[in-house]
Design a binder for this molecule. Structure first.
Ligand SMILES: [Zn+2]
Ligand SMILES: [Zn+2]
Length: 402
């Protein structure tokens, strides 16, 4: 199967050119019009049936195998960029100020395009493959919107698969795990209100900075005292706002603190939301103030099925030595909206190493000097092809459902 990577590497120049073009012209979530048009154009050029306009800018390509079969799977890539000012200095760096492909979705789109082209030329499988190019993965829930707009009614599949690059993991190594692999993502905010007053006479005021200070330190007690020790949970403060820097002698009447929560199970998520609210309200009351609490559930945890992981690991293992596939990869406290697709259909989300520099350093996703590794293009594309062969076709484990 090494030769599969080599065959895809024959298109390296062309595929890397697509990747650089996407990188130079990044588009924010639900604004991926140029990207979607490029994707749809390439798919049509290679003889693949194309549906456009799903969840606004989403594209789905559909390819039937040469051999008859009713089964179908979906492979998903994401297309959107981030509001980050690029600092790579690369010749193909972003031409759009403040917008950057800092999560490698340019590479994800390119790898799936490469796989689609190879499969269109070699449709040696039984059944149907749908290539999902989704918009707005970064916080806006493009995947959820595709599901809500009937993605899997229109394109029925028995399983769905995702792939993401992972900086810091050696180039071409794979990481996956059954069960929860990426986290529930929550956003919370608390507004403490008191009377405020003159800083010289605090006994005439109720001071909302007091409950806020207690709240911020008490918050970590939720992790240490309320969440079972075997579970993973994170509560972080990301923003604090109060008063006016020009008036340090005034006790503010309102202070606001907000942050994020991460967990892997619905039970832990419930405990965090409930305890955060209790602490805010009771600490406010203890200081004669009030607290207004908002605790919002954003992306749900991404949960792989055991069968999906087995299939994905077999597909990756066929490309490299089996020890290049870690099927006990540690869960990650970031989120992914591919979770919504996995709520609808079984399947698995695979990570593939974006590599490490010779000195052992790397730039993580969502940072201004990150770049997707072009050497990964044929590896990721070959993984997709191998997955189709394993799920629908010609490899030894053919017929194994996901
Ligand atoms: Zn990202
Ligand atoms: Zn991403």
């Amino acid at each position: 199967m090494q030769d599969l990577i080599q065959r895809l590497a024959e298109w390296q120049e062309e595929l890397a050119a697509i990747r650089h073009d996407l990188h130079r012209h990044p588009e924010m979530g639900f604004e991926e019009r140029r990207t979607a048009a490029l994707v749809a154009g390439k798919l049509r050029e290679w003889g693949i049936e194309v549906a456009e306009g799903l969840a606004g800018t989403g594209v789905v390509g559909t390819l039937k195998g040469r051999r008859p079969g009713q089964r179908a799977i979906a492979l998903r890539a994401d297309m959107d960029a981030l509001p980050i000012q690029e600092e790579t200095g690369l010749p193909y760096a972003s031409a759009s100020p403040g917008v950057m492909h800092a999560c490698g979705h340019d590479g994800h789109t390119t790898m799936l395009l490469g796989a689609a082209r190879h499969l269109a030329e070699n449709p040696d499988f039984a059944g149907t493959v749908h290539f999902i190019f989704q918009p707005a993965e970064e916080g806006l829930g493009g995947g959820r919107r595709m599901v809500e707009e009937g993605l899997f009614r229109r394109f029925p599949v028995e399983a769905v698969f995702g792939l993401h690059n992972e900086p810091g993991l050696a180039l071409g190594r794979f990481g996956i795990r059954p069960g929860p692999m990426l986290a529930n993502v929550d956003t919370w905010s608390v507004t403490f209100r008191g009377t405020g007053g003159h800083g010289a006479v605090p006994h005439r005021a109720t001071d909302p900075t007091q409950p806020m200070a207690s709240f911020i330190t008490a918050l970590q007690g939720v992790i240490g005292r309320n969440i079972p020790a075997r579970e993973t949970a994170v509560l972080s403060v990301g923003h604090v706002a109060a008063g006016d820097a020009r008036a340090p002698n005034v006790i503010p009447s309102e202070v606001r603190v907000s942050g994020t929560g991460r967990s892997f199970s619905p039970g832990v998520r419930e405990i965090m939301g409930r305890r955060l609210r209790e602490l805010a309200e009771l600490l406010a009351a203890a200081h004669g103030c009030t607290a207004e609490v908002a605790y919002r559930h954003d992306y749900p945890a991404l949960v792989n099925t055991a069968e999906g992981v087995a299939l994905a690991a077999a597909a990756a293992g066929a490309l490299a030595s089996a020890d290049a596939v870690d099927t006990d990869f540690p869960p990650i406290t970031a989120g992914e909206d591919f979770a919504y697709m996995l709520q609808e259909r079984p399947g698995a989300f695979m990570l593939v190493g974006n590599g490490v520099a010779e000195d052992g350093t790397f730039h993580h996703v969502h940072t201004p000097r990150y770049d997707f590794n072009d050497a990964l293009i044929p590896i990721g594309a070959a993984y997709w092809v191998s997955l189709v062969q394993h799920a629908l076709g010609t490899a030894e484990t053919a017929g194994q459902g996901a």
